[in-house]
Design a protein around this ligand. Sequence first.
Ligand code: SF4
Length: 325
Amino acid sequence: MALLEVKDLRTWFPVKVGLFRSKTYYVKAVDGVSFTIDCGETLAVVGESGCGKTTLGRTVLRLIKPTSGRIIFDGVDITDLPEKKLKWFRRRAQIIFQDPYSSLSPVHPIRYILEEPLIVHGIGDKRERLERVCKVLEKVKLTPPEDFLGKYPHMLSGGQRQRVAIARALILEPEFIVADEPVSMLDASVRVEILMLLRELQERENIAFLYITHDMATAKYFAHRVAVMYAGKIVELGPFLDVVKNPQHPYTCALMEAIPDPDPRNRFSERKVIPGEPPSLINPPPGCRFHPRCPYANDRCKREEPPVVEIAPSHYVKCWLYVKR
Ligand code: SF4
């Protein structure tokens, strides 16, 4: 059984427009998304900014209420559970935010930042909590822990702050973590260190990750599978190496072409994607959302939404090109 199962998830935000705000439109940030994540597995969600991947991450953690669809965690349907019945889930599922500068309280020392979740969940006495805080600092390689307990976030480097943010996510020993662009605001020199740390933690602690990124190149460090998202929908999903070496959806091909590769044989698409912006997520037009930029688009693509097709074991593509006529 999968640890997390997401079925046909939609997260739409209403926007009132017009004179007297009489009309309601919906920003369809996540629009019919389905996937599963097993224990100890990393699914990378890759897409350009504004495609809905952060909203997806927050919705599966129930930080945002979904509009429709189901979220099932360890066999329990948490989609409609009220907050007071989610305490067990809050302990088992955590998030690492993109910005290590704003995700940590500037007015508390590291010891309190890490101890607070334990206090909220009524775990241990003062001595046991301190032991756990020291242990988690060691796990994220902030050693010796005593040197960090009394420090405030502003006294640390960006990489050290993100390690504290990871420690905070780990302190409750979760089984599932949403890592939302955890390295995008860090210097290139510390990015790989943090990604290697996440991989090490995943392997040692058997934690499942939903790794959200706009950069396919960073997913290679610890993603088992990848879901490519475009304008609120997953357009390709499959084992990481299959998707990277043999991308099938025209948008995935364009993403792969954007990664510098000196080998001219590694061209994934014969035709170039038409330059332009993704469609507005406010009442997007029917059909395939990629059709205005797709070099293979035909009339059907403009009219009807493509179905999801399994083109190889566990490799799915949402495109009319793969539908047998
Ligand atoms: Fe291109 Fe049509 Fe496939 Fe969309 S469904 S990606 S427009 S070929």
